[in-house]
Ligand binder design. Structure first.
Ligand code: PLP
Length: 391
């Protein structure tokens, strides 16, 4: 609960962890800019470098390969360049993204003249591997390599992609893999080497850090990017200039450390809550559809639809009951439109328009789940009563 409300929209953003708040509060008392050579500057630099280690540890990377940005959106934009230089390897010429990526990947390319291939997904939301193979062999026949971007977990459905399998194929074809792990980090294991990604995106506020911080993590320091995202004073390996936001980065680091420590208990606890919710919804609505049900999903995410129960109506009615959930992707919309993710999964618009996303967080309780389920049942009953009266 947040105040008197029931907050079930943790994939949009999740509350600040106490550890992050404490780190930010003490960083707020520092005056130095991290680039200054004097003692105050060095104190700020020390906090940033500690945070860099903490973020690196969360994903099994080296601290020197973490590039701090102001959001995952920035990190995705930084990643989506064909200018990445790899020793002894040819220049990248092509770009492909999965069709269920976040808008910051779908619209985030820094190679605007290159035609982007969109990888299809199946009905469960998983990238179609034969389509990836066909695309990579097409690239190979034309003598080219490229950058492929596939997210670890989807923000709307929670569906987890087989990124390690995808990475092996991409590397076999001499190409580079970027993985947007903004939703996955802090919810499931997310080791950059196990995943096989060359570039990994993280968002602070999705894992209990403050808003306004993110990172692009490189698997190797042999990867070089000459084309800065933001030009200026040369901060962050010259890729993202601007005086660093020390409190935000300190909070991000503390949240990353806490997330890594709490990962095992988070998964089991939250999955039990979601299973309870799924069972309650099924009991109330026999013809409910749970998207991505047959494959691995983030333990906290449930995206479902009951035919005829328009998401927009349900969202407003639930909001009036003090419940925050989402239809589609809140951070890309704020307006109601049919989800490109569900459309890519082949869901017909009439059903996609009924999809609601419930995303649980560390503080979610069984009482909140039951409160939501009861509100849902009332909503259904009202709708059916209205329909019966109209018939
Ligand atoms: N990538 C994914 C998968 C997301 O879900 C989001 C936000 O919802 C982003 C990127 C953007 O994150 P940020 O708010 O840090 O820019």
């Amino acid at each position: 609960m947040t105040g008197s409300r029931t907050y079930l929209d943790h994939n949009a953003t999740t509350p600040l962890r106490p550890e992050a708040r404490a780190a930010m509060l003490s960083a707020l008392d520092l005056t130095g800019a991290a680039s200054s050579v004097h003692g105050d500057g060095r104190a700020a630099r020390k906090l940033i470098e500690a945070a860099r280690h903490e973020v690196a540890d969360l994903v099994g990377a080296l601290a020197k390969n973490v590039i701090f940005c102001a959001s995952a959106t920035e990190a995705n934009n930084l990643a989506l360049s064909l200018d990445w230089q790899r020793p002894g390897k040819p220049t990248l010429q092509r770009m492909a993204v999965s069709s269920v990526e976040h808008a910051s990947v779908l619209n985030g390319t820094r190679a605007p003249t290159v035609q982007i291939d969109h990888l299809p997904v199946d009905a469960q939301g998983l990238v179609v591997i034969p389509a990836l193979d066909a695309m990579l062999s097409d690239w190979r026949e034309r003598g080219g390599t490229g950058l492929v971007s596939v997210m670890l977990a989807n923000n709307e459905t929670g569906v987890v992609q087989p990124v390690a399998e995808i990475a092996a194929r991409v590397h076999e074809a001499g190409s580079l893999l970027h993985c947007d792990a903004a939703q996955a980090a802090g919810k499931i294991a997310c080791n950059i080497n196990d995943i096989g990604a060359d570039l990994l995106t993280l968002s602070s506020h999705k894992l209990g850090g403050p808003l306004g911080a993110g990172a692009l993590v490189l698997a190797s320091d042999t990867l070089h990017q000459p084309n800065a995202l933001i030009r200026g004073g040369g901060q962050e390996k010259g890729l993202r200039a601007g005086t660093e936001n020390v409190p935000a980065l300190a909070g991000f680091g503390a949240a990353a450390r806490a997330a890594a420590q709490g990962l095992d208990s988070y998964g089991a606890t939250i999955l039990a809550l979601r299973s309870h919710l799924e069972a309650a919804l099924r009991e109330a609505s026999p013809d409910i559809v749970l998207f991505g049900e047959g494959v691995q999903r983030l333990p906290n995410t449930l995206n479902f639809a009951e035919p005829g129960m328009m998401a927009e109506t349900a969202l407003i009615a639930l909001d009036l009951e003090g419940i925050s959930v989402s239809s589609g992707s809140a951070c890309s919309s704020g307006k109601v439109k049919v989800s490109h993710v569900l459309t890519a999964m082949g869901v017909v618009p009439a059903l996609a328009g009924c999809a609601l996303r419930v995303s649980l967080g560390r503080e979610s309780t069984i009482q909140e789940i039951e409160f939501f389920a009861a509100a849902w049942k009332r909503l259904r009953k009202n709708l059916h009563d209205r329909r019966n009266r109209a018939a």
